[in-house]
Write a protein that binds this ligand. Structure first.
Ligand code: ADP
Length: 189
């Protein structure tokens, strides 16, 4: 998405009033970055357009400002990168590199089905970071759907086992910010 390259998403630029189900104080507490020191996993869950990527980026910006090393990618990008590294015989180095950042943001879990073998590769990364480095994950799908997302219920269970231990789950239940201008076009019931 072009907008991501041209606009920096910040906490100051997030309109909490638009998303009343979201506890502003929980987000501001996360911005203190203790979750990074504790190597916790933050899950931002909710329908498309509810600001998950915006908040993940804004927290990543706070982490960079505090001098933390941060990596940011979509799940699809991570799987593609790891699959390429595996083909080229450099998977270990790639995993080590991605395990090194203090914070890894994995955006857009659940939009695209994960390619065969991708869940396994992602699991290796999660395992490499487990209890060592913090993560922020964004997803439009509930945990019960991860078997479907990863095309493999066994891998999904193993992933969730690690990703829900030392975890903070933030569920946003709201409407899409992208569609807000169209609200007037939607008939009220
Ligand atoms: P999601 O990741 O949940 O699909 P995004 O974070 O990509 O949603 O949000 C879609 C667009 O709307 C982005 O341009 C984002 O900056 C903007 N946006 C979403 N929610 C808010 C909000 N509450 N205040 C300001 N901008 C928002």
């Amino acid at each position: 998405r072009m907008s991501r390259l041209t606009t920096v998403k910040t906490l100051a630029g997030f309109d909490f009033a638009f998303q009343p189900s979201l506890d502003r104080n929980r987000i501001l507490a996360l911005a203190e970055l203790k979750f990074i020191d504790r190597a916790e996993v933050v899950h931002l869950l909710g329908p498309p357009g509810t600001g998950k990527s915006h908040l993940a980026t804004a927290l990543a910006v706070e982490a960079v400002k505090a001098g933390k090393s941060v990596a940011f990618a979509t799940l699809a990008d991570i799987v593609t990168t790891l699959a390429k590294a595996e083909r080229e015989g450099s998977l270990r180095e790639r995993l080590r590199f991605l395990a090194r950042a203090s914070l890894l943001v994995v955006d857009e879990i659940g939009y695209l089905p994960v390619v065969p073998g991708g869940g396994n590769l992602f699991f290796q990364l999660v395992n490499a970071r487990y209890e060592k480095g913090a993560m922020i994950l964004t997803s439009n799908r509930g945990f019960a759907e991860w078997g479907e997302v990863f095309g493999d219920p066994v891998v999904a269970t193993a992933l969730l086992d690690r990703l829900l231990h030392h975890a903070v789950v933030i569920q946003i239940e709201g409407s899409s910010y992208r569609l807000r201008q169209h609200a007037a076009l939607v008939p009220e019931n």
